[in-house]
Design a binder for this molecule. Structure first.
Ligand code: C2E
Ligand code: MG
Ligand code: MG
Length: 554
């Protein structure tokens, strides 16, 4: 197996050098030498003897020919040396140009163009030696954030350091490629029965990159997601795959690792391809659905447990997809987040929900869920306010639900958004409380209006062996922080009865019915005498009210 030509992988074969001129000059020099040996051997002693006055001078023409021969010899030799130097220079210029064309200047790795042929060479060599090749696709998690927070020059240093750390863990005959941006690929041979050696190499790469990178004053913690594909015959005996197909497979497995929470690796499996196809269809469906208004709000009742009164609704998104029917939010919200359409999607839903809720009794509140990504948008509070003003919906009737996972994202930004929402009179509750890692000091420092206890704690209280101690502790924590609580996921009367004895709490759950669409919700409210008929036109707020409210919002 050939040796690597540089620390970051072998080059593809260099093109052949032409040394024709070199050979011609060498030929002239050799001919001149032969001529000199042939004629000079007898003539030279005669010339020297005549110069010393000890003999007859040789024929003048022959003497001149000999001197011409010597001149030719010197000229040929000089020319030969010049040409050799020129060829050397040309060779190294070509090597430099090839390097520039084949290598990524930042990391020194092979680039997207030269990488796959080098992997193909490696596969061919390994096949001859009876080994398989593991092809890894490596992506740095959240690299955009590293760049945004620290600037591009630190981002570049991080890339170069990560390339070095990956390379340090790779076996001798490896190829390392920078595919582009924050993506690297590498390939190395392994014996089929020693697949665990690939696992331990990948483990070592992940571990070594997870050590903090310090540059200038910045300390960066980076993690990797890695997908692995292997060359070699398929189980069905079909021909081994080439570099491009293997890279594609490794990419699919890497994507799978991202979806499973990043900072991990997966070997490619065929069903991952189907998942990806499904995911791409969902992505395209969301884009289309947004254009066609296929996302609609459903409403889940919120009840005051003591009085049993209906006090509000939580809006839950549903997708009326032409292909899949009614789709639940846990399928499409994460995809909308990934493709950066969550803001637009949420805006469409909230606009519809505000319009629906204007028909409800003014005492009934509306809660909407907000994705952590929306809280990164510095204009989020303004956008929401604009929607409120546009619809004429009173901010005091609106409650925003943010999940606990938001709190470790960027606590400063979250605090400032919560404060501006509250300044407008919008209330903010902490959803799914108990599933995240919010600390007591965070809870105390953020001005929440309510805690929503995750349903996993609520359903537990009907189990004899667990009981209600944990739930009680959460409720008294809320009391200590002066935060009212809502219990989610009340599914039966037994849970409800236990909750009723635990103090003043709101509740919601399937016991009161499944989330319903706008029409069914309106019908339910109508029966309860809680529907107001909004005169048409009242929904549109006057323009001067909009500008006045936006002005106050600063
Ligand atoms: P969530 O905000 O905690 O909403 C409660 C979820 O629990 C809803 O699921 C609801 O249908 C379900 N649920 C309510 N009562 C019960 C019960 O008694 N038993 C059981 N097993 N489940 C119950 P859904 O509608 O599938 O929503 C799931 C999650 O999706 C929501 O959790 C929320 O985090 C997210 N979501 C929904 N709509 C939106 C939205 O418009 N924007 C964003 N960013 N997220 C949304
Ligand atoms: Mg919620
Ligand atoms: Mg919840």
């Amino acid at each position: 197996m050939s040796k690597t030509t540089s620390r970051f992988g072998r080059s593809i074969k260099p093109t052949l050098q032409k040394a024709d001129r070199d050979i011609v000059a060498l030929g002239i020099a050799v001919a001149a030498v032969i001529l000199f040996v042939g004629t000079g051997g007898s003539l030279m002693p005669q010339i020297v003897a005549s110069w010393m006055g000890r003999g007859v001078a040789p024929d003048l023409a022959l003497t001149n020919a000999l001197f011409l021969n010597i001149a030719l010899l010197i000229f040929g030799w000089r020319r030969y040396k010049d040409l050799r130097r020129e060829v050397q220079e040309r060779k190294s210029a070509e090597a430099r140009a090839r390097d520039l064309a084949e290598r990524d200047p930042l990391s020194g790795c092979l680039n997207r163009r030269s990488g796959p042929p080098a992997i193909d060479n490696l596969i061919a060599e390994s096949q001859t030696a009876g080994a398989d090749v593991a092809v890894l696709m490596i992506d740095i998690d959240n690299f955009k954030q590293i760049n945004d927070l620290n600037g591009h020059h630190i981002g570049d240093r991080v890339l170069a350091t990560i390339a070095e750390r990956i390379e340090a863990q790779l076996p001798q005959d490896s190829v390392l490629v920078r595919i582009g941006g924050d993506e690297f690929a590498c390939a190395f041979p392994f014996q089929l029965h020693a697949r665990d050696r690939v696992d331990s190499t990948v483990d070592a790469i992940i571990r070594s990159v997870s050590n903090s990178i310090t540059h200038e004053d910045a300390t960066i913690d980076a993690t990797l997601s890695i997908g692995i594909a292997r060359s070699g015959r398929e189980a069905d005996g079909t021909t081994p795959l080439g570099a491009e197909r293997l890279l594609h497979r490794a990419d699919i497995a890497m994507y799978h690792a991202k979806k499973r929470g990043r900072n991990r690796y997966f070997w490619f499996e065929h069903q991952m391809e189907d998942e990806l196809r499904f995911r791409n269809e969902i992505e395209a469906g969301i884009r289309e659905g947004l254009k066609n208004g296929e996302f609609v709000p459903f409403y889940e009742q919120q009840i005051d447990l003591e009085s049993g009164r209906l006090v509000g609704f939580e809006m839950l998104a549903r997708w009326h997809s032409q292909t899949y029917g009614v789709v639940a939010p846990n399928i499409f919200i994460p995809v909308a987040e990934d493709i950066d359409l969550i803001g637009e999607l949420s805006e469409q839903l909230i606009r519809k929900a505000l319009k629906d809720a204007l028909q409800w009794d003014p005492a009934i509140t509306l809660s909407v869920n907000i994705s952590p990504l929306q809280l990164r948008d510095p204009w989020f509070a303004q956008k929401l306010l604009h929607l409120l003003v546009e619809s004429g919906f009173p901010p005091a009737r609106l409650e925003i639900e943010i999940t606990e996972s938001c709190l470790h994202e960027n606590i400063g930004a979250v605090r400032s958004i919560i404060s501006s929402l509250k300044n407008q009179g919008i209330r903010v509750s902490l959803d799914d409380f108990g599933t995240g890692y919010s600390s007591l000091s965070q809870l105390r420092s953020l001005p929440f209006d309510r805690l929503k206890i995750d349903r996993s704690f609520v359903t537990e209280i009907s189990k004899a062996e667990v009981g209600s101690e944990l739930l009680l502790a959460i409720i008294s924590l809320g009391r200590g922080l002066s935060l009212p609580v809502t219990a989610e996921g009340i599914e039966n009367g037994e849970v409800l009865e236990k909750l009723k004895g635990l103090g003043e709490i709101k509740g919601q759950g399937y016991l009161y019915g499944r989330p319903e669409n706008a029409a069914d919700t309106a019908a339910r409210l109508d029966k309860l005498g809680l529907l107001v008929k909004v005169p048409s036109g009242a929904i549109e707020a006057p323009v001067d009210t909009i500008s006045e409210t936006l002005r106050k919002a600063g």
